[in-house]
Design a protein. Structure first.
Length: 283
């Protein structure tokens, strides 16, 4: 007789993760689509209260529509979801929105900083506005949101922050200098923040995805790339392929974010978790 797989441990881990987030309040930036939306949905499914913010009002409306009235964790997901349109480049608006989120759902316990933009182009062809946009959102925006949340977590001496960066932060990419440099800035900022917050019991970690099936990735394919060429690699552009031979899904990246926010990662801080199918050979 063939032995049946023992799923007890997996079930126990799932239950533990749900206990980690039940009734905890997490702010998610970039929550209208892609990885941010996946993070918000998974948090809601595990009983968290979620403040979902983004510039895309229509995307936030779709997220709310997906939060059904089915009971989860004792309350309906829609009752545990607060949404607001937010431009992370505006420091005053960030402070105001974080205060409003806490007024709506209670003190924050965590942050998933996911909002980001992509600008493509060789360095000699880049416009000043393209460079500025990447840094304004991917670096300065991360600073604004992390600062506002960190001030509150520090005073309570509890909580965790996960910053979604990119494997491009440590691996050169042709045509992606503005994006890669801004993500490198966000990665190093998160490490410094984690070092400063560690004495207060606050953990800060980074998730660095590779190619992920989002609107951002699909925009690259529209410029002449494709799913197959990304997986196979492109020696002419000094780019390795993906050893696991697949593009990540937003949910796969979100699972890494939730792990680092959870108590299961209680002794992990300053860590950069690469989730790219081996595309950067775990540099």
């Amino acid at each position: 007789m063939n032995a049946q797989p023992d799923t007890t441990g997996r079930a126990d881990l799932t239950a533990q993760r749900q206990d980690d987030f039940r009734d905890r309040h997490v702010l998610v930036t970039g929550a209208a689509s892609g990885i941010g939306a996946a993070v918000a949905r998974q948090l809601l499914a595990q009983g968290a209260c979620v403040s979902a913010v983004d510039l895309d009002a229509a995307g936030l409306h779709r997220l709310r529509a997906q939060a059904t009235d089915a009971a989860t964790g004792g309350t309906a997901p829609s009752e545990r979801l607060w949404t607001a349109v937010l431009d992370v480049r505006d420091a005053a608006q960030v402070e105001q929105t974080v205060a409003q989120a806490e007024a709506a759902l209670g003190p924050l316990h965590g942050l998933a900083s996911v909002a980001g933009v992509l600008e493509m182009g060789a360095v000699i062809d880049l416009e000043d506005a393209q460079w500025a946009r990447c840094f304004d959102v991917n670096a300065t925006g991360v600073f604004h949101v992390c600062r506002a949340v960190a001030r509150r977590l520090r005073d309570r001496r509890t909580g965790a922050i996960a910053v979604v960066s990119s494997n491009a932060a440590t691996t050169p990419r042709t045509g992606m200098a503005a994006y890669a440099a801004s993500k490198a800035a966000a990665t190093q900022f998160a490490r410094c923040l984690g070092l400063e917050l560690a004495p207060h019991g606050i953990r800060v970690n980074i998730v660095s995805p590779g190619s992920t099936d989002t609107a951002m990735q699909q925009a690259l394919w529209a410029l002449g790339s494709s799913r197959d060429t990304v997986i196979a690699g492109d020696p002419a552009r000094w780019r390795l392929g993906i050893p696991l031979a697949k593009i990540a899904t937003p949910d796969e990246i979100a699972q890494a974010v939730l792990f680092l926010l959870s108590d299961q990662a209680s002794h992990i801080t300053l860590h950069d978790l690469r989730v790219d199918g081996g595309a950067t050979l775990d540099q």
